[in-house]
Design a protein around this ligand. Structure first.
Ligand code: KG4
Ligand code: ZN
Length: 329
């Protein structure tokens, strides 16, 4: 990738991410979280998210350049998340990146959010296809087979809630804060994972789909029956992890692909990491700071595409709120 200096901007949901990547290495990765802004509404309010992105993005980019000791004209590429995500927030980052690329006369690249997560997981250990990738975040639970860069075959996905969304909803049921993943993980450490009779969703079914909404309903029932919150958290985490890892193992078995990449916010979970380590598969996980939404992962994905294809996107490309990975838009 030479010494290409790439700016990556991520604004698909409620975090403003700005990252600088050079030579395939992360130099700066700044995230301005909007969690507190949305907390009182119990979920992300798209209009507020858009306004906040617009307000902080310019300063965050200036700070990132400053921390790296580079000037805007040192940038070789400017990239932003094009989708999927919330359309208003996407348009803020996309418009900013296009404007900057145009004024600097540099190539602009619009990146798929999940391709970003994949590259975040590979930030420290370059891995070549073929491999399986499981992306588990607040909005996605998708399992792909990657035969070559840019070629994604969807093997399975959630039929209802995403894995991270289930952590968030069960956390809310137990009166914990948002985001729920880290809260559940903390509380689960004090609980008995086998005290509450949760069962692993979709176990024994053919295919590689997931389903997490039943766990949320079960958690409400167990809470109302008087089970201890720590035991509910531990039991829920046990079966959520078993579902993710069990399905991944089965796909590895069936496809013969022993190399797997696990990405997205849920990849921060230590019970998940321990279960993955116990599988004997060749597992690649994002380093700390690159699990949740961030700009560096967008810059990494853009750098890879540029190195491979040397193809910029037109400044007329639109935001794609619903964009299946691997499909042209
Ligand atoms: O990738 P991400 O930052 O944003 C999306 O694109 O959705 O993922 C956020 C999700 C949230 O649902 C959050 O609860 C979950 O990742 N998460 C976790 C953990 N840390 C974050 N889930 C389980 N265990 C964690 N330690
Ligand atoms: Zn994400």
């Amino acid at each position: 990738m030479g010494n290409v200096l790439v700016l990556g901007i991520e604004t698909s949901c409620d975090d403003t991410g700005v990252g600088l990547v050079q030579d395939g290495r992360v130099r700066v990765n700044l995230v301005a979280s909007q969690t507190l802004l949305h907390a009182e509404y119990g979920g992300v309010v798209p209009e507020l998210a858009s306004r906040e992105h617009a307000q902080v993005l310019d300063r965050l980019v200036a700070r990132a350049l400053d921390e790296a000791g580079v000037r805007p004209r040192d940038l070789d590429l400017v990239a932003a998340t094009r989708g999927p995500g919330l359309v208003g927030p996407l348009l803020v980052g996309l418009g900013y990146a296009k404007g900057l690329a145009w004024s600097l006369e540099r190539p602009f690249l619009g990146v798929h959010h999940l391709e970003g997560h994949l590259h975040g997981a590979l930030a420290e250990a370059p891995v070549e296809p073929p491999f399986l990738v499981l992306i588990a975040s607040g909005g996605h639970t998708h399992l792909y087979r990657v035969e070559a860069w840019g070629r994604y075959e969807l093997l399975g996905a959630t039929r209802d809630d995403a894995a991270g969304e289930a952590f968030d909803k069960v956390a809310r049921t137990l009166g914990l804060g948002y985001p729920g993943g880290p809260e559940i993980e903390r509380l689960a450490a004090a609980g008995d994972p086998h005290a509450v009779p949760f069962s692993v969703p979709m176990r024994g079914r053919a295919g590689y789909d997931f389903s997490f909404s039943g766990l949320k309903t079960a958690a409400v029932r167990f809470r109302d029956e008087g089970h201890a919150p720590a035991d509910i958290a531990a039991g829920f985490q046990r079966v959520a992890v078993a579902s993710l890892v069990g399905t991944l193992e089965r796909a590895a078995q069936d496809t013969g692909l022993r190399r797997v990449v696990v990405a997205g916010g849920v990849a921060a979970n230590r019970a998940l990491r321990a279960a993955l380590a116990a599988t004997g598969l060749e597992v690649h996980l994002p380093p700390p700071g690159l699990t949740s939404d961030n700009g560096a992962m967008i810059a990494l994905a853009a750098a890879r595409r540029w190195a491979r294809e040397r193809r910029a996107d037109s400044l007329t490309v639109s935001a794609e709120p619903y964009w299946p990975l691997g499909e042209a838009v």
